[in-house]
Design a protein around this ligand. Structure first.
Ligand code: GTP
Ligand code: MG
Length: 372
């Protein structure tokens, strides 16, 4: 019988093969990691993870898996959209400081200390073009998205401190960026500190296959200081240049969809979710399904605290109106009616419940999880 090896399916779904064995087990099917499972079982597992199975009926049946909602939208008018730039790198190497400096570089002096909210992403305007900066790289949202085979990032800025050099998490961040297949710009931060050694950093970069342009390689390396502002404009120029080369486009006249960056329960407003729109325009009154939550969009607020009626691709907002708190990295999408949204959320809840069950069943006898 035609089918697929558990291990191959695991690779397709970016899951641990034992996870698939568990899902099958919970559905009354026994399988081992090396076993070939039939098409019916493949579909069962795929549905569990919200993916669609395309089956080709030929001699050598190929089961191809595509991610629901992650295929490129081709219908609709293509419009220019800002690049989504993730600032990544080792702990304490200056990611947040760089973000703060980049944000300040575009607001007038007087506004610099104004009220801003952490929504996981900021859009800044540089010489009349927009750039969206992501604040939470290495964040659980990214891990969850990778598991889905999805990505929100167009460009990675890999931050390396001039006085500390390439570290384990620098390499991890690099791997993430490479897995996402996005161009990488290196920012050598803290150039103002006395121990800054940019040449040594470039040496270390060369050793991890990031040969600087000035050494005959292809990697743009921008030395900068978020404290003095030195080099920050060059970094912005490099980002703008890349976005001119790539001409990022999105469709805005389709039902919106995107990714949840972070979400939490607010005492007075209920569930609040930061989300980045990746296609379509998200509007007040839209019915949204987002992970285990669903609801009608009541209000949207951007990173500068302004309320918004409509949000275009590559822009992020905090939205209020969901009935339940989704997880970071969950996909969200606008659907026709609340009935559909509720069904999607219920499916996600069910999946979560099963995952929790399988976690408990695999735990040791001595450590019962808490029952909440
Ligand atoms: P995590 O989020 O904890 O991983 O750190 P981070 O990468 O966001 O680093 P953060 O921006 O918080 O900076 C860490 C420390 O380095 C802080 O004390 C900053 O003030 C300092 N720092 C960051 N950039 C610079 C810089 O360009 N010059 C100097 N002198 N200090 C800097
Ligand atoms: Mg930080």
């Amino acid at each position: 019988e035609e089918g697929m090896a558990v291990s191959d399916l695991a690779t397709e779904l970016a899951l641990d093969p034992t996870e698939i064995v568990k899902v099958l087990f919970l559905n009354g099917k026994m399988a081992t990691v090396n076993q070939i499972i039939d098409a019916e079982s493949v579909t069962l597992v795929a549905e569990e993870y919200g993916v669609e199975v395309l089956q080709k009926e030929s001699e050598d049946t190929v089961v191809k898996v595509t991610f629901e909602g992650d295929e490129d939208v081709t219908e609709g008018e293509q419009e220019a959209r800002p690049p989504v730039v993730a600032i990544m790198g080792h702990v304490d190497h200056g990611k947040t400081s760089l973000l703060d400096r980049l944000r300040k570089s575009q607001v007038a002096e007087g506004e610099a200390g104004g009220i801003t909210q952490s929504i996981g992403a900021y859009s800044i305007n540089v010489n009349s073009s927009w750039i969206t900066l992501l604040d939470t790289p290495g964040h659980e949202a990214f891990t969850a998205m990778r598991a889905r085979g999805a990505s929100v990032t167009d460009i990675a800025v890999l931050v390396v401190a001039a006085d500390d050099g390439v570290k384990p998490q620098t390499k991890e961040a690099l791997q993430q960026a490479q897995a996402a297949g996005v161009p990488i710009i290196v920012a050598v931060t803290k150039m103002d500190v006395s121990g800054a050694q940019v040449e040594r950093v470039k040496q270390e970069l060369s050793q991890i296959n990031l040969l600087p342009e000035e050494w005959g390689g292809e990697t743009v390396v921008v030395p900068l200081s978020s404290k003095t502002g030195e080099g920050v404009d060059q970094l912005l120029d490099s980002i703008v240049l890349l976005s001119e080369v790539y001409e990022y486009k999105g469709v805005s006249d389709v039902p919106a969809r995107g990714t949840i960056l972070e979400a939490n329960m607010d005492k007075s407003c209920g569930p609040i979710a930061s989300c980045i729109v990746q296609a379509g325009s998200l509007k007040i009154g839209d019915v949204v399904a987002a992970g285990t939550g669903y609801g009608k969009v009541k209000s949207m607020t951007d990173a500068s605290g302004e309320s918004r009626d409509e949000v275009k691709p590559s822009f992020a907002v905090q939205m209020i109106g969901l009935n339940n708190v989704p997880s970071a990295g969950d996909a969200f999408q606008v659907v026709e009616d609340e009935q559909t949204a509720r069904e999607m959320a219920e499916k996600a809840l069910d999946k979560e419940r099963k995952a929790r069950l399988s976690e408990q069943s695999s735990g040791s006898f001595m450590s019962f999880g808490s029952f909440d």
